[in-house]
Structures are given as C-alpha cells and as structure tokens.
Design a protein around this ligand. Structure first.
Ligand code: SF4
Length: 69
C-alpha cells in the first residue's frame, strides 16, 4: 500500500502525526510528511487512522498501480 499526502490540502493540524507517528511526521513548519514510499502491513492501521482523522482529506492510502500493479 502507498500513502500519499497532498501538501496543497494539508493545513498542519497535526492530527495525523500525533495519532500515527510511525507513518507521518511534521516538517519544519508543522505540515505533514512521510518517508514511507510503501506502508508495511504492520503500519497500515496507523496510515488509515491518520487518513481518517485528517480534516482536510489530505491523506490517501491505497494500492499502487503505477509500478508492480
Ligand atoms: S491531519 Fe491532515 S491537515 Fe493535519 S497535518 Fe495531517 S495531513 Fe495535514
């Protein structure tokens, strides 16, 4: 699974990285970023929790279809 943060939507509430610190982290300005190109299975719940709690709907978690199908 991939996790994508739409930084044009992110307003820096911080809910994602407070709730799911192993997937999301703040940049220097408090906006969300992630270092995970692929979310390992054991962190998928965290990724989905962050996405579900983002008021701006800036986080998408889903299967990648652009490389290995
Ligand atoms: S919860 Fe959403 S708006 Fe807030 S920092 Fe995370 S991605 Fe950005």
């Amino acid at each position: 699974m991939k996790v994508i943060v739409d930084r044009s939507r992110c307003t820096g509430h911080g809910r994602c990285y407070v709730l799911s610190p192993e997937v999301f982290e703040p940049d220097d300005d408090g906006y969300c970023t992630t270092n995970l190109a692929e979310v390992p299975a054991d962190l998928l719940g965290q990724a989905e929790r962050g996405a579900a709690n983002c008021p701006e709907e800036a986080i998408t978690v889903g299967a990648g279809t652009d490389s290995n199908g």
